[in-house]
Design a protein. Sequence first.
Length: 183
Amino acid sequence: MIINKVMQPDDFKSTYLPEIEALGVNVLGVIPYEKELTSLSSSYLAEKLFARVIAGEEGLERKIRNVFVGAMSVSAALADPMIGKNDKLIITSGDRSDMVLAALEAGNTSCIVLTNNIVPPPNVISRASEDKVPILLVPTDTYDTARQVQEIEPLLTKDDADKVDLLGRLVAENVDLEGLQAL
């Protein structure tokens, strides 16, 4: 058995591992939780949501590490510390050009998902394209879209070279590879 996504590996090994091994389970490794492995790329998100990319195609490799649902006034959004986070996804209705422009002004926005199949004005699309921030268009409402995003499992893809390298390093450092080969 290889146990992964362990928040506190040392604590786990001293507290739970002896009990698991006492049951006769051969534990070959304990891999720590790594937040980087939970990020999504904008292209992966577009694929999973069946979204249409209407701007910023050049930025589809951007990573998403934070999600912000823009269902409030722009002044309230700008007062929220989440809007200042890096690598964020903004989910808002397509008729909220003010929210889209605020997200672009805030900087470090990885991707914007517009809901209800509402296409924003050309100046908004142009600005997102200039900033290389993908705008994805989906037919669902903001709540359903946010729920769908929350349920997406961040799997490794062929385009995730950094994640594959990180996972390889974690396995090499935390798994008994000789024991695994002996099986």
